[in-house]
Write a protein that binds this ligand. Structure first.
Ligand SMILES: [Zn+2]
Length: 339
């Protein structure tokens, strides 16, 4: 790939150093909004709340910050200009909502920082602020289609890399200029879409770095059947990509996946698994009690970190309690372990 700005590759390395070698990513956003009563049965999914309940989004971001997150991800996963236009909004209004998704997260960070810097009596020693990044979420083309292809990675032969680039181009430009610290390309279902993202980052000379996070169906392959090693190795070759990993995948596959990814990348590895519950795409609901208990999820964290993941959080159906548990597990981990 081409050349990024000089600072791009080091942004996350510097951040991780400031955080003490690891960072906590937030938990599920959409499913947490749902837990608070939002009805997301809509092609816009969580992005519907950008219109209906922006304050609830801010509250959930704040809950994750209070639980110990170092990275919060905006509510733009399923926010697309095409999706907003289909709802009757103008392109301008759609772009404004994309920007708004990031502003809400930035505002939550400000509120959190203000809160944590007041209450200190000792003026000589201002309290140390926890480093926090805001990532602008980009979900896949399949997420926009809302036809299950988000979880199959199968777009059919008529969808080419160019189709995907055209689909994402304006959205990525708008999010890159929104004040976010990085772009989180999430739940990537196939290698084709990762290649489209990488080319877009270069062609549009995107000034903020990105992470690539794939959606896996087992311990070896992303949901389309492309090998995760192949996808991660491709991500490793992109200068503007600062971390590579996996999200919205059951915890039971994560150990094996980290081992495969670390063979092919020198970049920080990120993982934010879902709760392990299965999603019934026909009934459009999660099947309860198919996942792992919150305590079990948290008990894997030390191992994932030892395996080589330095950014750890949760995806769908994880909650602020999960994130609090992850933050605690990582801060209690033994220093200089030889295990
Ligand atoms: Zn998810």
């Amino acid at each position: 790939m081409g050349f990024a700005t000089d600072e791009t590759p080091s942004l996350l390395i510097d951040f991780l150093q400031k955080c003490g070698g690891y960072a906590v990513i937030d938990g599920g956003l959409a499913t947490e909004l749902e837990r608070h009563g939002a009805d997301l049965n809509d092609p816009l999914w969580s992005s519907k709340c950008l219109i209906s309940t922006p304050d609830l989004i801010k509250r959930v971001h704040l809950d994750y910050l209070e639980a110990g997150a170092n990275i919060i991800i905006s509510a733009s996963y399923q926010a697309t200009i095409q999706g907003f236009v289909a709802k009757g909004l103008s392109v301008k209004e759609g772009e404004a909502l994309l920007r708004r998704s990031v502003e809400i997260a930035l505002e939550a960070r400000d509120v959190y920082n203000d809160k944590s810097s007041t209450g200190s009596w000792d003026v000589r020693q201002p309290p140390k602020q926890r480093p926090i990044l805001v990532a602008a979420s980009v979900g896949s083309y399949g997420a926009y289609l809302a036809d299950g292809s988000e979880y199959s990675g199968d777009y059919g032969d008529s969808v080419t890399k160019e189709t995907l680039k055209d689909f994402h181009r304006r959205r990525v430009q708008v999010l890159a200029d929104s004040g976010a610290d990085l772009i989180a390309f999430e739940t990537i279902p196939n290698k084709l879409e990762a290649r489209a993202y990488a080319e877009l980052l270069e062609e549009e000379d995107i000034k903020i770095p990105a992470w690539f996070s794939f959606n896996c169906k087992d311990g070896v392959n992303v949901v389309s059947g492309d090998s995760v090693a192949d996808c991660a190795s491709f991500a490793n070759s992109c200068n503007r990509v600062v971390a590579v990993g996996i999200n919205c995948t059951p915890p039971k596959f994560i150990h094996g996946l980290i081992l495969s990814i670390r063979e092919v990348t020198t970049k920080p590895i990120l993982i934010y698994p879902n709760s392990g519950e299965t999603y019934d795409g026909i009934r459009k609901e999660w099947v309860p009690s198919t996942g792992v208990a919150h305590e079990d999820f948290v008990s894997f964290v030390g191992k994932w970190h030892k395996d080589g993941a330095s950014l750890i959080g949760g995806c769908c159906r994880t909650t602020p309690s999960t994130i609090r548990g992850i933050a605690k597990a990582l801060s209690n981990r033994p220093v200089n372990t030889t295990e």
